[in-house]
Write a protein that binds this ligand. Structure first.
Ligand code: AMP
Length: 554
């Protein structure tokens, strides 16, 4: 058989030429802004010419600081197709973290939405690699001047003006190595700095095919992408759309339940993807504000465990299947998807056991469970181990750029076990390949779908002169899924209070990362090797043994 390289440009051509009439629809807050895939293809070509004119060549990185909208889709497929590497910056990170990932990825051009231009202008002085800024939409002269102020910024360009007059076709290179990087995302681990994952053309094409097939996505679908394009490779949906011709519904910055409900109703949306908190908020909203969501057949939920009650409520009240999936930035991200087998009678306990599991391992991903002694654990639905995976869209290593310390490199390597990725997730597998997660080996906390590093919080709290020790664990929270609980040991005679500690964190952590729950304790429990024993703290909290003060957020 022939073996041409698998390239993003093939997806681009297929989507924009054979599905030319499919469309990307961006919500404006009051209505829809539409663009056909034919137009997406033309603008992707114009963008590629424009980027070349700005000096982008080889595997240069092009960054985006954008919401989910048509132009972000164009960058998502256009940048890799020309051979450059797309790096979507996570705009919800604390400024220092954006600067960290920006400098680590070392993009030379950044594309920014006009609504995000101001926050970006504050970061640009700390991003010395950036030579050009492309602004999507209109900005005031003062903002434009602020973007161009740092000495290293050679030009600030308007998206439409820059693309205008550029040729509407591009000779997408066909001789790229399918294994070269096409895009990258950063994840935050247990240690301070976020880690980069570089996806390849091949991994993205294969992943898109698998996701499209497993979820039965077709050109008939109008798919709502709530998951940000900067999170975990956007779960592959820009590429799934090009591979199937499914139209993409982009909510831009209108991510609250009310505009999402209007968007679904107006655009007759059929499918969607997002973290549990988004769908949970929408469910509550629909309870008191009826909207016609009858067009919707399926919403994919992942990134954190989906509450079973929410899944049942959607099914019963709206006839919508909430499909549970599991994955990580390092796995492109889709590793498993929970579609119940036909043998399970709809509505039965067995059926819900399948549906609420993290899902069946998808074709292309191999999984195994490993216990604390490094032995493989049986797939019997009850034996528990750490999940390890491998396959064509599973990271083989983290992206290192030569600035890492020896300890960081060691930590990065430790995540891989003889060709398998150690996921840090703990659970069991059934005989028919359904993953059920019971725990998380990592020490980070996921609040509203976004990570909070417990180590970063601990380090910040322990920077307070009154604090002897501090340990942070994630505890269940009705609204956010999880929130941090800080257990603090004060120095003798010290007088710090939860209120004063919260205030102390004010300029060190993003507001939403600062804990409301505080426990002043005598000593942090330790493991046999002297590490903080977070399991014990979690259990004490669950058993009601910790004296917790809750400081309300004002
Ligand atoms: P991220 O790299 O931000 O996508 O985070 C990946 C991590 O999120 C996984 O390793 C899991 O700990 C967690 N996660 C993702 N999906 C699920 C799920 N369906 N249920 C429970 N945890 C999940």
């Amino acid at each position: 058989m022939q073996s041409p390289p698998l390239l993003i440009s093939q997806l681009l051509r297929y989507g924009t030429e054979l599905h030319a009439d499919s469309e990307v629809v961006t919500w404006t807050g009051t209505g829809s802004r539409r663009m056909t895939y034919a137009e997406v293809g033309r603008q992707a070509a114009q963008l590629a010419h424009a980027l070349r004119s700005l000096g982008v060549e080889g595997d240069d990185r092009v960054a985006t600081f954008m919401w989910n909208n048509a132009e972000h889709l164009i960058a998502y497929i256009g940048v890799p197709s020309m051979g450059a590497v797309l790096h979507a910056w996570n705009l919800r990170l604390f400024p220092e973290q954006v600067v960290y990932i920006g400098n680590h990825g070392a993009a030379t051009v950044v594309i920014v939405d006009n609504t995000l231009a101001e926050p970006l202008s504050a970061l640009l002085p700390h991003l010395p690699n950036i030579r050009h800024v492309i602004v999507n939409g209109h900005v005031e002269e003062a903002t434009r001047a602020a973007l161009g102020a740092p000495g290293h910024v050679e030009g600030v360009h308007d998206w439409s003006t820059l693309l205008e007059g550029m040729p509407e076709t591009y000779e997408w290179p066909e001789d790229l190595d399918e294994n070269c990087a096409s895009s990258m995302c950063y994840t935050s681990g247990t240690t301070g700095s976020p880690k980069g994952v570089a996806y390849s053309h091949r991994s993205n094409v294969l992943h898109a095919m698998s996701v499209a097939m497993t979820l039965s996505i077709s050109a008939a679908d109008r798919h709502l992408v709530v998951v940000p394009l900067f999170h975990a490779n956007a779960w592959g949906f820009p590429y799934v759309a090009m591979a199937t011709g499914a139209s993409l519904m982009m909510p831009d910055r209108f991510l609250q339940a009310e505009p999402l409900a209007r968007f679904i109703e107006t655009e007759r949306i059929t499918t969607g993807a997002g973290v549990p908190t988004v769908w949970n908020d929408l469910l509550q909203y629909l309870d008191t504000n009826p909207a016609d969501v009858s067009s919707c057949r399926m919403l994919l939920v992942g990134g954190a465990a989906a509450p079973p009650a929410m899944m049942r409520a959607y099914q019963e009240r709206h006839g919508i299947d909430i499909v549970h999936g599991w994955g990580m930035t390092e796995t492109s991200p889709v590793g498993s998807i929970a579609i119940a087998p036909p043998s399970a009678e709809v509505g039965s306990d067995e059926y819900w056991r399948y549906r609420t599991a993290q899902g069946r391992i998808v074709l292309g991903v191999e999984a195994r469970l490993v216990d604390g002694d490094g032995r493989e654990v049986a797939w019997d639905g009850s034996s528990v181990g750490e999940v390890e995976v491998r396959g064509p869209w599973i990271a083989r290593s983290y992206y290192a750029n030569g600035t890492e310390t020896a300890t960081e490199l060691e930590e990065m390597t430790a995540k891989f076990d003889d060709g398998w990725l150690r996921t840090g997730d703990v659970g069991c597998l059934t005989r028919d390949g359904f993953l059920i997660l019971t725990d998380r080996a990592k020490d980070v906390i996921k609040s509203g779908g976004e990570w909070i590093s417990s180590v970063a919080l601990e380090n910040a709290i322990m920077g307070h002169p009154d604090v002897a020790e501090a340990s942070v664990v994630g505890v269940p929270d009705a609204k956010w899924g999880e929130r941090p609980l800080a257990s603090v040991v004060l120095k003798e005679g010290a007088t710090a209070t939860p209120e004063s500690l919260r205030e102390f964190l004010g300029d060190k952590m993003a507001r939403w990362q600062i804990p409301e729950r505080w426990a002043l304790i005598d000593a942090v429990p330790k493991t046999s090797v002297g590490k903080f024993d977070k399991k014990v703290l979690r259990k004490r909290y669950a058993d009601g043994e910790l004296d917790v003060t809750t400081v309300e957020i004002r």
